[in-house]
Design a protein around this ligand. Structure first.
Ligand code: SPV
Ligand code: MN
Length: 622
């Protein structure tokens, strides 16, 4: 039996006809191989029709992976109590001979495929398999990466319809097209319909086959193939093809006279990524993943996705008016791992009274309930989330989201949680300096929200380390080469929202990031000068004073400025030593990286000689 005959034998007529229309032998063999492995009892192929999408939505309810909430269109999904985040320990990049990558698990390709296929053998018996077609990036654009997802989870399928652009039509119109492949099974579920065999949870990334596998898990960061599994594949693809696949938001900053200037931003989690791209009065394009390509000598950027899988903890009416509105309107929305009481969702830090009973990620919940380890269970999980289409956001820049050639990228922003080293905003001298000293040097302090000790600095290059499926040296080299293709590369900025004084109080308010963005916009357009320091350009006091006055109507004192923007030489030097040590322990790191570190160290030493260890920005004016 050939692949088509086999597919015909396992699908009903209507589903088979949808597959037959595509006429892509690679798709047929991928489907045949995996259907033989998974052995689903039923198969549904979704095209781009509203009917097929509704079929999936209904199945999420029928299979009890989601439950209806009171507000029309809203549902809730729960993951297993111990399946609430990406499982780094059980995620493996498959390499031909098990070659190591720093910071990530790797496994020999053959061994990894054998292991995961053994776990997945017959795993869909009694279940329905959904076959789905989407595009990463805008359809029929230079950015488009077509994808196929196989999953037995209607929740995963439903989430993808919210988060990505439907692309069955692209497959039908383009036989022999290359595509990425994602295979997921939630495995056996318990009475709450959550994945049960977490000890056999695996996420395998097969770079060579352009396939990812996820099994015995439901948490979206593991299972939604198009999100983080695909990201490991596209980082590799981008490095091979000379473009950038990044863990970055994409936003437009409104400037004078209706001007819009686009920026991407990379921040480790809990460091202000969402709050920056959702800033009141600015334009949202994407909150998590960007593709950046050179087109006609310009850097152009798109949002990889079409929706938001956002953290819900702490979302309240005052600080997050746009998200709040999305969460309180009757349209399609999935809440996950929040508290439900009488059909209403509640979450930690929502600014409203939370009832002392209901159902959450631990099952039936009451105030003071403890888990098996004796830890008190909060009303919602700290990684509880919402899944929503971007089109619902009042701050969406619709045109930018749908632009086939993307938007012109004028600036890239890098930031981490840093209590004592970087100033609030600083512009690099040039592309190479920015790539190395800002992006490749990101460190972030651990918070109470992560396991382990608080305040420990963790290296996180471009905030992409969890997904770094290629050698770091290759990744950096690709970045440096990318800049060389551009007539006028994006400016690179570093921000730090978390500077503290000696008493541990934050030096900036949460809102100040808006001022830094407006300053970046002015810099991009050559409308303000800046002060040259050993680490890059920082704002003049007078420009910030004016911006604080214009935007917040408040005084910004010389003392505040001086304290925030002083150059902290000892901390900056220690950082250079740490970063040098990290890269020094790896092979094949480009020389340019060490040259930039040495040059910055030298500039800092000279400044220290001249002005001392903690240097007022005013000193650099003379
Ligand atoms: C992140 O952790 O960076 C996220 C959420 O965007 S997840 O989908 O889990 O990766
Ligand atoms: Mn992310």
């Amino acid at each position: 039996m050939n692949d088509m005959e086999y597919l015909k034998s396992v699908m009903d007529e209507e589903q088979y006809r949808k597959i037959e229309k595509i006429n892509n032998p690679e798709l047929y063999s991928f489907l045949a191989e995996h259907i033989k492995l998974l052995r689903p009892s039923k198969i549904f192929v979704a095209n781009d029709s509203a009917t097929d999408e509704l079929y999936i939505r209904n199945k999420a309810i029928v299979y009890e992976e989601e439950r209806l909430l009171k507000t029309p269109g809203h549902t809730v999904h729960f993951d297993n109590y111990y399946d609430q985040a990406r499982d780094k320990a059980h995620t493996y990049i498959l390499t031909p001979h098990g070659e190591k990558l720093p910071y990530l698990n790797t496994m020999k390709r053959d061994d990894g495929l054998r292991e995961v296929k053994k776990i997945m053998d017959g795993i869909m018996e009694g279940k329905e398999l959904f076959i789905l077609f989407f595009s990463l990036g805008p359809k029929n654009s230079p950015f488009m990466v077509p994808t196929v997802q196989l999953t037995d989870s209607a929740y995963v399928a439903h989430s993808e319809f919210i988060l990505y652009r439907k692309a069955y039509d692209v497959f039908v119109g383009n036989p022999n097209m290359e595509f990425l492949k994602f295979v997921h099974s939630e495995g056996e579920v318990d009475e709450r319909k959550t994945s049960k065999n977490l000890d056999k949870r695996r996420i395998m990334i097969d770079l060579e086959g352009n396939i990812t596998y996820a099994v015995n898990t439901q948490y979206a960061g593991n299972t939604i193939g198009l999100k983080k599994p695909a990201f490991r594949l596209t980082i590799n693809k981008a490095v091979k093809e000379g473009w950038l696949s990044e863990h970055m938001f994409l936003m437009g900053v409104n400037g004078p006279n209706g001007r819009v200037t686009y920026f991407t931003g990379a921040f480790p989690s809990m460091c202000g990524k969402t709050s920056t791209c959702m800033l009141i009065g600015e334009r949202l394009v994407g909150d998590d993943l960007s593709f950046i390509k050179e087109i006609d000598g310009e850097a152009r950027a798109v949002n990889v996705e079409n929706g938001v899988f956002g953290i819900i903890q702490g979302v309240n009416k005052e600080d997050d008016p746009y998200i709040w509105e999305v969460l309180h309107s009757p349209h399609e929305l999935i809440f996950s791992n929040i508290l439900v009481h009488e059909g209403k969702p509640y979450w930690n830090g929502m600014g409203e009274e939370i009832p002392c009973e209901g159902e959450n990620h631990s099952g039936k919940w009451w105030c003071g309930k403890k888990d098996a380890e004796g830890n008190e269970i909060p009303p919602s999980h700290k990684n509880g989330r919402f899944t929503a289409r971007l089109e619902y956001f009042p701050n969406l820049d619709r045109e930018a989201l749908n632009a086939k050639n993307g938007v012109k990228l004028s600036g890239m922003i890098f930031g981490g949680r840093d209590s004592d080293t970087w100033p609030p905003v600083c512009e690099s001298f040039n592309w190479q300096h920015g790539v190395i000293m800002k992006g490749a040097s990101i460190e972030s302090e651990t918070t109470a929200a992560t396991l382990g000790k608080e305040g420990v600095r963790k290296f996180n290059i471009m905030s992409i380390l969890d997904f770094m499926s290629v050698h770091l040296g290759k990744y950096i080299e690709n970045y440096l080469n990318f800049g060389k293709k551009l007539k006028n590369p994006p400016r690179i900025f570093a921000v730090n929202y978390f500077l503290k004084d000696k008493n541990g109080n934050y030096l900036n308010s949460k809102l100040d990031k808006k001022i830094w963005l407006k300053w970046m916009d002015l810099r991009v357009h050559g409308e303000v000068d800046a002060i040259e320091t050993p680490i890059g350009y920082i704002p003049h006091y007078e420009d910030l004073e004016r911006l604080f006055k214009e935007i917040f109507g408040r005084d910004y004192t010389r003392e505040e400025y001086e304290e925030q923007f002083k150059i902290r030489v000892p901390e900056l030097l220690s950082k250079i030593h740490r970063i040098r040590e990290i890269y020094g322990s790896m092979d094949n790191i480009p020389d340019e990286l060490f040259q930039e570190l040495d040059a910055e160290e030298k500039r800092l030493m000279e400044a220290k000689e001249k002005y001392g260890e903690y240097i007022s920005p005013f000193k650099f004016l003379s």
